[in-house]
Design a protein around this ligand. Structure first.
Ligand SMILES: [Zn+2]
Length: 280
């Protein structure tokens, strides 16, 4: 089963240049084709993307009340996965000496992650494009969530020690402008954590166009290599990484799933990856 996604409507499409190597559509080969959209693979750098892809105005309208309902229903499960990702990069043993306890969660949905950090004495801020989710977090969790893109929030330079973006970068039309802004607002000794589906995964290899993360809302699908490349290009260096997820729940007996999950983790072929970056 695929993950949640909107069915594309009558949206305005634009052709894009590869955000890693700047090649145009003539260098992008069809990878997966669906009724209303397709994924192409850049022959120069291997990045997978929708090209053409919907413009930002139309993409942003997908994050509506229905999206909010999905987020609120699943927030505890998503929070557990976020904690697992933090554990994989050894978050609790990172060196925060000399750094303010200030964290930004981009694509923070209902603010559950921020709320938990606030309870541990962190100054927290969030970015969430879904109006209902941002309002929920502001009102019921009393955490500060900006209902706009990161680029529009205009945070002061070097103001965060941790920037966290879980299941976010694959949704962005312009990952380069996003990364440049993260670089600007991150403390020189700060930490940048990205969680995103891993196209170099066992599950993508098996399910191909039926892979659960090959969905309309994902404008880009990264491998660890392409994620590292685009972050390198924009001033970051990879310091830790991890993947998880061998077989989707319910697809195999629990004992078999356990074996595949363990193998996927050991070989870096898990379905989702976490990467910890610092400034170069
Ligand atoms: Zn490319």
């Amino acid at each position: 089963m695929k993950t949640y996604s909107k069915t594309p409507g009558n949206e305005e499409l634009q052709n894009i240049y590869c955000p890693i190597c700047n090649s145009g559509k003539e260098k992008h080969s069809l990878l997966y084709k669906y009724d209303a959209f397709s994924f192409k693979k850049c022959r120069m750098c291997s990045l997978v993307m929708q090209n053409p892809q919907p413009v930002f105005k139309d993409i942003s309208s997908r994050y509506d009340k229905e999206y909010f309902d999905y987020e609120i229903k699943n927030e505890n499960a998503f929070f557990s996965l976020m904690l697992m990702a933090l554990s994989d990069i050894g978050f609790d043993s990172l060196d925060f000496s000399g750094l303010p306890k200030k964290i930004l969660d981009i694509g923070c949905a209902t603010g559950k992650f921020l709320y938990e950090f606030k309870n541990k004495e962190w100054d927290v801020a969030g970015i969430e494009i879904c109006k209902e989710a941002a309002e929920y977090g502001n009102s019921y969790r009393n955490v500060s969530i900006y209902n706009c893109t990161l680029e529009k929030a205009l945070f002061p330079e070097k103001s965060f020690s941790v920037v966290h973006a879980s299941h976010l970068i694959e949704h962005l039309n312009n990952p380069v402008s996003f990364l440049k802004e993260v670089y600007r607002i991150l403390h020189d000794k700060g930490f940048f954590i990205i969680v995103t589906p891993n196209i170099d995964s066992f599950q993508n290899f098996v399910f191909k166009s039926g892979w659960r993360s090959a969905i309309a809302d994902h404008l880009f699908l990264y491998s660890l290599r392409t994620l590292e490349k685009i972050c390198n290009n924009n001033g970051f260096v990879l310091v830790k990484k991890g993947t998880w997820g061998g077989i989707p729940a319910g697809k195999a007996p629990v004992v078999i799933k356990k074996i595949f999950d363990s193998l996927a983790k050991k070989t870096g072929c898990g379905d989702v990856m976490v990467a910890l970056f610092r400034k170069k």
